[in-house]
Design a protein around this ligand. Structure first.
Ligand SMILES: [Zn+2]
Length: 415
């Protein structure tokens, strides 16, 4: 049985206090358990303030304090503050090209339960997608222990999303235009919680920045490959959204307008048309009906074994990828470029070609420090990004008036 979060509000004029509460909770959520002393040092607050903040978060059921494992040090040990990972959770959803995923993610970022269903690549309507996701969501929430509380829901979608209401403005691979995905998933879950939705590239970028390969890199570029290519750009620790929230469509950066391959967006020679799954499989002369991550991996593995056709295909794709990345480095001077989704495999198989292109085309001073890495969160980067979207209101105001939702079992099967 879930309980809703019955915690006192902090009242008006307490913005600094609320920020400190949020900062402390965010710290243990992202960086793991920490002693009061460590928290005081890292947050620049004195220990009595940390103690008071921790007491408030403890009474709200969000953290608990424990004695640390003794290491033979003399003196009174500083208590360790831990997030209540088993008790406080969010539901995270991921709509990718090949699969639908739901997970229960505990405060602290641990994936506690995860279920997925295969999604056929042919178009699927809003109703059927939401029905599958809501069913998976109920199953992962149903394994939560007594007293657990769902504090938020978030979803990642492979398309262009209107911020604020989770409207899919354009979902090219499903043919969705203006579909009220977030609202419909929220209604079907029946938890009384809104369902914010983010673009998969944006969420992957945020997840890698907060928990993955990008920790410590406030200026980074994340490129996410699925069938197409998306991405996110973090500047000064913030995602570059653009005017309407539709920024960072890195896959539609024009790299080959005259002789380029046709792109799903209707243009020609976009980066995703030149480096996406189809481009690689065609370059390796694989059958036209062959698709999917395993097929991409098979080309990379074949190139590793010395297959000349696969090697030539990866050199060709790697050159286009290098051209795209060179443009991005010249424009944004990132400290790190992260390759996620199927681009992990493509980059693994074409790193030499990519780097050759960067040497030829990136301004020397922008090239001095930039690092190239593959995603540390792997296939769960976008799902973890969706979970962070769901945790955001709690972290902004940990003891605010907003309460947790109902348990999915209590919500019945709202339709
Ligand atoms: Zn395009």
């Amino acid at each position: 049985m879930l309980t809703s979060r019955a915690v006192p509000g902090v009242g008006p004029g307490k913005d600094a206090h609320r920020r400190h509460l949020g900062a402390l909770l965010r710290h243990v959520h992202l960086r793991g358990p920490a002693s009061r002393t460590e928290l005081a040092d890292r947050m620049g607050l004195n220990r009595s303030t940390i103690m008071a903040l921790t007491a408030e978060l403890t009474s709200a059921g969000l953290v608990r304090e424990e004695l640390p494992d003794q290491t033979g040090r003399a003196g009174r040990p500083s208590l360790v503050v831990r997030p209540e990972s088993d008790r406080v959770f969010v539901l995270a959803f991921d709509v990718a090209v090949d699969r639908l995923v739901a997970a229960r993610v505990g405060l602290g970022g641990t994936i506690l339960d995860r279920r997925e269903a295969v999604r056929p690549r042919a178009g699927a309507d809003l109703d059927s997608v939401v029905e599958v996701l809501a069913g998976l969501g109920r199953r992962v929430a149903g394994t939560a222990g007594p007293g657990s509380v769902c504090v938020g829901v978030g979803a990642s979608y492979c398309g262009m999303i209107r911020p604020g209401d989770g409207m899919v403005r354009f979902g090219p691979d499903m043919g969705w235009v203006d579909q009220a995905f977030g609202a419909e998933l929220g209604r079907r879950l029946g938890l009384g919680l809104p369902v914010p939705v983010g673009n998969e590239g944006h969420l992957g970028a945020l997840a890698e920045y907060e928990r993955g390969a990008g920790v410590g890199f406030p200026n980074l570029i994340y490129l996410h490959g699925d069938v197409g290519v998306g991405g996110g750009i973090i500047v000064g620790g913030k995602l570059l959204n653009g005017d309407g929230g539709y920024g960072c469509e890195l896959g539609h950066m024009l790299v080959n307008p005259y002789n380029g391959r046709p792109c799903g967006c209707g243009s020609r020679g976009c980066l995703e048309a030149e480096v996406g799954e189809r481009a690689l499989l065609d370059a390796a002369r694989r059958p036209a009906d062959l698709t999917g991550r395993d097929a991409v991996r098979a080309v990379v593995d074949a190139a590793d074994r010395g297959d000349p056709l696969a090697r030539a295909a990866l050199d060709h794709i790697g050159d286009w990828l290098g051209i795209g990345v060179a443009n991005l480095i010249n424009l944004f001077n990132p400290g790190l470029v992260v390759f996620g989704g199927m681009l992990r495999d493509v980059y693994r198989g074409s790193a030499t070609q990519v780097r050759t292109r960067l040497t030829a085309n990136v301004l020397a001073v922008s090239r001095e420090r930039v690092l190239l890495r593959t995603s540390a969160l792997g296939d769960d980067a976008t799902l973890i990004g969706a979970a962070e979207l769901a945790f955001a209101p709690l972290l902004a105001d940990p003891t605010g008036e907003h309460s947790g939702g109902r348990h999915p079992a209590e919500a019945g099967t709202a339709r």
